[in-house]
Design a protein around this ligand. Sequence first.
Ligand code: FDA
Length: 498
Amino acid sequence: PSSSSASSGYFLRCLSASIPSELVFTQSSASFTSVLASSIRNPRFSTPGTVRPLGIVTPTNASHVQAAVLCGRRHGIRVRVRSGGHDYEGLSYRSERPEAFAVVDLANLRSVRVNRARATAWVDSGATVGELYHAVAKRRPAFPAGLCPTIGVGGHFSGGGFGLLQRKYGIAVDHVIDAVLVDAQGRLLDKKAMGREVFWAIRGGGGESFGIVLSWRVRLVSVPPKVAAFIVPVSVNDGAVDVLTKWQEVGPALPDDLFIRVMVMNGVAIFQSLYLGTCDALLPVIRGRLPELGMNRSHCREMSWAESVLYVYVGSGQPIPVTDLLNRTFPMDSSNKATSDYVRQPIGRDVWAEIFAWLARPDPGIMILDPYGAQISAVPESATPYPHRGGVLYNIQYMNFWSAGNDEEPNVRWIRDLYAFMAPHVSKNPREAYFNYRDLDLGRNVVVGNVSSYEAGKVWGEKYFKGNYKRLALAKGKIDPDDYFRNEQSIPPLVRRS
Ligand code: FDA
């Protein structure tokens, strides 16, 4: 312990020598706790028992990020990077094991520079997707990424990034055309300098394993001036089980400009939709393909694409001003636990009836089903590290919430029990999972000889990345063979011996 506290001291001194002091917060700084809490989205990881960083750096330019990595390397202190702080297991700002580490928090690096003529943008990792959407939507381009406006671009893009435009345009990483990365040697690398394999890896393989991604160049996509959105709840008594059973095959086979997802909770399935067209054009499609939904003209609203993000996210049925996309502090004060599955064969009606019984148990959570098919499924599995493509009908997210301070045990048990129950009905060998819905129950790294074990990492790595796991490990072996950028689920380095 004495040598580790000595290296912590040297590390912090190194930081103060190279980064302006107002950007460095140590545990004894007056604002340490508020800076740490600024983007914590899961109070479960903000308790007296949470292993906190010994310092937080809030860089305002790339050289500060490089300096933090160089100080960390020199003094044997790892850094974790935080962009929007939404990690489900809090790995951007806490360690599960006792460990001295620091956080590089990118919240100050959040500009979005749009090139309208080329329909591209450079977006910094510390921007939220809401800030990105607000900046690009002014003259109608859009960008296909997640629904929740406060998610950080850094973590979201580096894990894949899907949302309402996924059937038309695929996911965020399908549109990344360049990036700037600080690697474990403190070098600043663009796409060319980082090399093909590393550029491939950061687009869905989890940025934190390869370095700190500062910015991303993306291709924008186009949407009509007005889109149509609807939210239709169907209760179990009104036939939710039947509509859901049918949706499983209809949802992934609809035209690519129509996306209908489902939130399933106690006693009700809520169908939420975005259509890249008018209500008049949408109605006959729904009446023809999913008449059981009982959707009519009064459910449908036309609005801009940017408005539709908030409309569906908030789900209140009321339009919300687009400036709310810029709100970085949407209240999110309940503790939560999540996990995910992919479904490749429709689940039987009787099983859905049982699932509704699970959702009616004490301390239940919710399920969110996002339909695949069309563009998201057309991209080959190895084009990006995100492998859940052809043949996937839909993704399931399971999530449970409870008030901070309440007993988490029954809530976490509910989700684990339902996950076990679902095993026969979802993808197998491997049972696929979404990296951005991180779940440490799927497995953790085992460190052997100060390097994460490639073999042990397969347990979780092949669920998130299927056959791409090995290629990710080889990319990691190239850019960070010493495993400096490491967390409980970072890609282990695989070094090819020649
Ligand atoms: P955070 O800062 O916590 O980082 C997450 C991980 O990425 C950490 O391991 C971190 O070290 C690493 N990282 C962050 N910035 C990095 C950088 N610049 N370079 C390298 N590594 C970096 N997903 C989705 O696809 N569609 C959706 O609609 C939603 N919706 C949603 C809603 C809510 C309320 C939550 C909490 C989460 C989602 N997600 C989601 C999941 C989301 O995509 C996932 O949590 C992202 O990793 C969040 O990125 P942040 O930057 O906010 O997280």
